[in-house]
Design a protein around this ligand. Sequence first.
Ligand SMILES: *[C@@H]1O[C@H](CO)[C@@H](O)[C@H](O)[C@H]1NC(C)=O
Ligand SMILES: *[C@@H]1O[C@H](CO)[C@@H](O)[C@H](O)[C@H]1NC(C)=O
Ligand SMILES: *[C@@H]1O[C@H](CO)[C@@H](O)[C@H](O)[C@H]1NC(C)=O
Ligand SMILES: *[C@@H]1O[C@H](CO)[C@@H](O)[C@H](O)[C@H]1NC(C)=O
Length: 496
Amino acid sequence: MKHSIFYTFLVCFLSRQTNGEPINKKFPENFHFGVATAAYQIEGAWNEDGKGENVWDRFLHEKPYMAAYQNGDIACDSYHKYLEDVQLMAYLGVNHYRFSLSWSRILPTGQVNQINQAGVDYYKNLISSLKENDIEPFVTLYHWDLPQPLQDIGGWPNPLLVDYFAEYARLVFTLFGDEVKNWMTFNEPKQPCQYGHGYGYFPPGYATDGIGDYMCAHTIIKAHAKAYHIYDEEFRNEQNGRVSIVIDTPWYEPGSDSDEDKEATERLRQFNFGWYANPIYHPDGNYPQVMIDRIAERSKQEGFSKSRLPEFTPDETEYIKGTYDFFCINSYSTNLVNWTEDFAIGNPSWDADVSVNTYQDPSWNGSASPGLKIVPWGIRKLINWVDQTYNHPEIFITENGYPDDDGELNDPQRIYYLSEYMSNVLLAILEDNVNVTGYTVWSLVDNFEWLLGYTVKYGLYQVDFDSPNRTRTIKDSAEYYKTVIATKCLVDTCDV
Ligand SMILES: *[C@@H]1O[C@H](CO)[C@@H](O)[C@H](O)[C@H]1NC(C)=O
Ligand SMILES: *[C@@H]1O[C@H](CO)[C@@H](O)[C@H](O)[C@H]1NC(C)=O
Ligand SMILES: *[C@@H]1O[C@H](CO)[C@@H](O)[C@H](O)[C@H]1NC(C)=O
Ligand SMILES: *[C@@H]1O[C@H](CO)[C@@H](O)[C@H](O)[C@H]1NC(C)=O
């Protein structure tokens, strides 16, 4: 891509901020601080009050060993304890709460033939309780929990899901759009596509690497665009909200100054992030050229009749391009990248299509989640790269946070992580002039972390999963975040 080399060069000139005292400047007055969760990870009540089965229910009931015999059947029991959750947030003073709707709690069949009123009421009550406490709802439509009946007809590789998702989106805009002004269609679509349809260790468990993952992504990108256009045409005038999609990535830093390592690094950014981001957020639209070219070439060598990467028609490219109102990113860590020989032609896979080597510096501080090392300067570089690559959008950090394994109330390493990462977000705003308008901690409460179950804990509040009450207890990091929100300042006293 024409912009890549130039911008990689620019980004490398930002210093690797050394970790130390967070900076003593204030966040802008209108900066938004929030917390995030997702339906399957906190709600529980998996089969109560008319909720339908989703793919995570099915997958972990059939293959309980995939998440160490833990699942989200009860989770934090937020379906019953949501009023308490809102009070926890009110105490923190957050400006926004990012949560997701369980599609199958609203539409048990996945389609609009059957609307579950109890599910609708649950979200109506949650949203009004948030508004009463001056907390802005940021609502994700899809955080990985596809209704099982839609999986039974093929799941995301089936292009018909574009229409089913669009109908679901229209319904929730109708039901909740008077109160909800910030919508996110999909959360981190790469995970359900690559893990669910590539590697096969997320539901539906299909190992169709280099084929099913690209088909899954293709449908999701179109579904997002259709939901956006529905909002634009049928709701925006009256409801005046905004719609976007959340894409996640670590920061990828070249392992050395060599041109080969820089090229490999930018290639991986495009395969990992540009795959989803470019069709929607890039001024040119479409998949990154490096993906189009490499997958076409490898598919040919593998003997396929056409590229394994589906194509957008020119009309589709135009329809998808620009379907966002602000740029949402989740990011937690950084990886180093070095160049390697292209993987041998053989079984197709996304990893072979990109053919790079990633690793981490062993001196970086770790966490309870493999690969999640504490690298605060990475988020500043990522924010700058997004700003430059995607034409200076308004950027909203929709997730960032730190997992430990003990869930202790005294959690200095989480405070360290949050203060250093927020410090680098603030530097991007004040020194690099990037328009970052919000920051969101994952997560409000310890919760069900997918295949890691309850073994890693990201919460600002501890949850006692051994108690039927799922008792919440405040951690030190929550008190720290509360002070940051109140003062807009990361240290004891800030320069005014
Ligand atoms: C890439 O980095 C890894 C880890 O430091 C190293 O083992 C490997 O030799 C490097 N490869 C190249 C081609 O430099
Ligand atoms: C690791 O974390 C500690 C704080 O717990 C910090 O003082 C130290 O600088 C960090 N080390 C690195 C290499 O980031
Ligand atoms: C940042 O984006 C918001 C929303 O588009 C806009 O209102 C604001 O003026 C922008 N700020 C800067 C400094 O560009
Ligand atoms: C659960 O909460 C109820 C009501 O607050 C209380 O009476 C009970 O002792 C609690 N049980 C546990 C195990 O904490």
